[in-house]
Design a protein around this ligand. Structure first.
Ligand code: ZN
Length: 113
């Protein structure tokens, strides 16, 4: 992972607001995105959700945690420094750090699966 921020500051979110089943994102350049909360949860980048790769590139997934309706309810969005947010989900999951870069990519090309 590179520590450099690949997008200009203009694409940082100015405001993040859960509205119904979506997260409304207002970017600093004035544009807006709407990201479905279930997409956000399914895209959780934490090791538990995505598995961890060992030095040989083998993917090790943790035990499958069944997702429930509460898994898609956002309790809180905690700011992490000036580069990420940490969603707290109603089922208690809160280990995913969504960098602004990742949010931007999700919002502009959400996974189709
Ligand atoms: Zn996760």
């Amino acid at each position: 992972m590179s520590a450099s921020f690949p997008y200009p500051a203009a694409v940082r979110p100015k405001d993040l607001q859960p509205i119904g089943e979506e997260l409304a994102i207002q970017w600093e350049d004035g544009s807006e995105s709407y990201l479905r909360l279930d997409t956000l949860r399914r895209s959780c980048p934490c090791a538990e959700c995505q598995g961890e790769r060992d030095v040989l590139g083998q993917l090790h997934r943790g035990p499958a945690r069944p997702l429930t309706p509460a898994s898609y309810q956002l309790r809180e969005l905690r700011p992490v420094g000036s580069y990420a947010v940490q969603p707290v989900w109603a089922d208690g999951h809160n280990t995913g750090l969504f960098t602004f870069d990742y949010l931007f990519r999700l919002a502009h090309s959400p996974p189709t699966a």
